[in-house]
Design a protein around this ligand. Structure first.
Ligand SMILES: Nc1nc2c(ncn2[C@@H]2O[C@H](COP(=O)(O)OP(=O)(O)OP(=O)(O)O)[C@@H](O)[C@H]2O)c(=O)[nH]1
Ligand SMILES: [Mg+2]
Length: 650
């Protein structure tokens, strides 16, 4: 089903035309009859020659009631733009046209009405037509058909209905994503039925008996009955004018601007990121940062303040990114179109599209990354939206990225799968299997998600950090893990140990670095001694080998070869450190450990004295070895003796 909305200057004949086309007088209020002027929205319907029924929303033209006009124009498929031939383009002709343009209403018909008033002057009609065509230029209604008519004589009305039918045949089908939204434009009560709300339904069907939520009022109600064009229905479809009889709420609890939706499908928000286009002309001053404005979206109206994200001020005709802080929550969605106005003097400032209904926080101004994120969101393509959210905080857990993207769960998961397939993102979690992407649960567990670009940057930083370290300490095998983590993550981030391990694991897997356990080095790095140092090192090692169980102390070794060479001997695995001062030659260390283990397996336990005798060493070395094994949880002390820990012994 389709809905058209009238527009045009006060008294130009909108309501009269609706009556002439449909037989229904849209002006239903007593005050409207006495003042001969539309004050609030009126509703009617028309059966086109091809048999399809079309809803009509009739709006007031008077500037004082422009808010009501804005509440009605939200959900229309096409505009019935009414211009009186005798007056031509007038102030609200222009303002309504600007509003339709900002709302991107791209389909419409111009009814050039009251031609009976200008019949004496045929040139005049031609002049006005040219004028109107010019006014439409550079708007979303450029080139719309102009049909001269008279509601009084009936001249041109048939052609007008034909043209409406033709224009509507070109409008896109309403989407149905099973998430019905009915922005309430009227709420009243009917004796014997109770509360009734009306609106133009979008995005899904409403069904009698359904439980619904009124957002942002936060009320639950049940659909007791449905009507479209005064006909009872069991199910209402998107794009139709719907009256919903609600049980469970009173008329006083619901008002224009609230939205009827299925429970928990629409979350209210009081902070929205929007792309704003300013009206082309008619403003004395540019829009400023922190300016009070009125925000109109759907049938809702709420006061707001601007936060200009990429401009000091927005001049007429300019576009920009704006965060709006609303004084009360509203139920809006990404992609919804809105209008910004100032109350006094009454002016339409601009309008555009809600790009991010849940920014969650105040953006800092003039941040390229914020603008990039909003641009991606506007492009509407979920993968780039998700990628932008990831780029802002990577490496990050999947859940954090998905939530920052403001995509719904299913689209985020789908977008992530696409990005993975296209190798634009990586999930570095060691225990993750990309084959299981379907499982939302598994996605939520991912801790280390990064974009391919982000990874390249990190890999580059890892390489330069380690290269610098190797240059500074050529004799060291590599950099300690803790120090590496601090340098690699930088000052702005704190990675969890798990994230660090995941990232390092990726670098190892790619062959960039070698993980030596305590230290990490670039693959190409080999600590090499100068010839003189090599001689000293060889001499020291020979000394260790001649007295393997009672070798020189660390202090003596350091005195003999220097700190760097000693460290190199330790890092390269030629020497093994047992405590601050006790160091063994590596092979000797392994052999002694083996002897101790064999003894314990055979005898059940071992004392320090037994170690001393077994290895033919001194008590100092025996004790150092056993304390070392205790510290490594290989052994456990029981009285004077040591036994193997369970895990080792079994
Ligand atoms: N001569 C002539 N008068 C017309 C025609 N259409 C409307 N009128 C008269 O113009 C006056 C205003 O018509 P309305 O239909 O109330 O105008 P409107 O655009 O709905 O006005 P608002 O809703 O207040 O913006 C009424 O007195 C109508 O009788 C027409 O085709 N010919
Ligand atoms: Mg009217």
């Amino acid at each position: 089903m389709k809905v058209i909305g009238t527009a045009g200057h006060v008294d130009h004949g909108k309501s009269t035309l609706v009556l002439a086309l449909t037989g229904i007088d849209p002006d239903r209020l007593a005050e409207e009859k006495t003042r001969e002027m539309t004050i609030d929205l009126g509703f009617a319907w028309l059966t086109l020659p091809d048999g399809q029924a079309v809803g009509i929303v009739d709006v007031p033209g008077h500037i004082d009631f422009i808010k009501n006009m804005l509440a009605g124009v939200g959900g229309i498929d096409a505009a019935l733009f009414v211009i009186a031939a005798d007056e031509g383009v007038m102030p609200q002709t222009s303002e309504h046209l600007a509003i339709l343009d900002l709302l991107q209403v791209t389909h419409g018909v111009v009814a050039l009405t009251k031609i009976d008033m200008v019949q004496h002057d045929p040139d005049w009609l031609e002049l006005v037509q040219a004028d109107v065509a010019e006014a439409l230029e550079r708007t979303s209604l450029a080139g719309a058909p102009i049909v001269p008519i008279s509601a009084r004589t009936g001249e041109g009305l048939d052609r007008l209905t034909q043209t409406i039918q033709q224009v509507l045949s070109q409008t896109p089908e309403r989407r149905n994503v099973a998430k019905p939204r009915l922005p309430i434009d009227r709420a009243f009560s009917v004796a014997g039925f109770g509360t009734v709300v009306t609106g133009t339904l979008s995005d899904g069907d409403l069904v009698v008996g359904q439980e619904v939520e009124i957002v942002p009022a936060g009320l639950r109600a049940r659909v007791r009955g449905l009507q479209t064009h005064k006909h009872k229905l069991e199910q209402a479809v998107p794009g139709s004018r719907v009256a919903v009889n609600l049980s469970g709420v009173s008329k006083e609890q619901v008002s224009r601007g609230n939205v009827v939706a299925l429970p928990a499908t629409l979350r209210p928000t009081a902070l929205v990121d929007v792309h704003l286009r300013m009206v082309a002309r008619g403003l004395e001053k540019p829009l400023l940062h922190n300016q009070p404005v009125d925000f109109f979206c759907g049938a809702a109206e709420v006061a707001a303040r601007t936060r200009l994200l990429n401009a000091e001020a927005l001049e007429p005709g300019q576009e920009g990114w704006v965060q709006l802080r609303l004084e009360a929550p509203v139920a809006v969605q990404r992609g919804d179109r809105f209008i910004l106005r100032q109350a006094s003097p009454s002016r339409t400032l601009g309008g555009g599209v809600v790009v991010n209904p849940y920014p969650g926080r105040r953006w800092r101004r003039f941040r390229p990354e914020v603008v990039a994120m909003l641009e991606a969101l506007q492009s509407g393509d979920p993968p780039s939206v998700l990628l932008q959210a990831l780029r802002r905080q990577e490496p990050a857990p999947y859940a954090a990225v998905a939530s920052a993207s403001s995509l719904d769960r299913a689209s985020a998961a789908q977008a992530f799968a696409e990005l993975l397939t296209g190798a634009q993102v990586m999930a570095l979690d060691r225990d993750w299997d990309a084959g299981q992407i379907e499982e939302g649960q598994r996605l939520a567990a991912l801790q280390t998600v990064i974009s391919a670009e982000g990874w390249r940057e990190l890999a580059g930083r890892l390489e330069s950090t380690l290269a610098g370290y190797h240059q500074q300490f050529p004799l060291r095998v590599g950099m300690g893990r803790e120090e590496l983590k601090n340098r690699w993550q930088g000052k702005r981030q704190t990675w969890s140990p798990r994230q660090f391990n995941d990232l390092l694991g990726q670098a190892v897997q790619e062959g960039l670095v070698v993980d030596e356990g305590a230290v990490v080095r670039l693959r190409g790095h080999a600590a090499r001694l100068a010839p003189k140092e090599q001689v000293a090192a060889d001499r020291l090692l020979a000394q260790f080998k001649t007295q393997p169980a009672m070798p020189p102390s660390a202090t003596e070794a350091k005195a003999a070869v220097g700190e760097d060479v000693l460290q190199w001997l330790l890092d390269s695995g030629r020497l093994a450190r047992v405590n601050d001062d006790v160091v063994f030659e590596a092979a000797a260390y392994d052999a002694m450990l083996q002897q101790i283990m064999d003894f314990m397996r055979r005898e059940g336990s071992i004392t320090v004295a037994q170690v001393r005798d077994l290895l033919d060493t001194s008590r100092k070395y025996a004790l150092a070895l056993m304390e070392h094994l205790d510290a490594r949880h290989v052994t456990r002390r029981v009285g004077d003796a040591r036994v193997l820990r369970k895990a080792e012994g079994s």
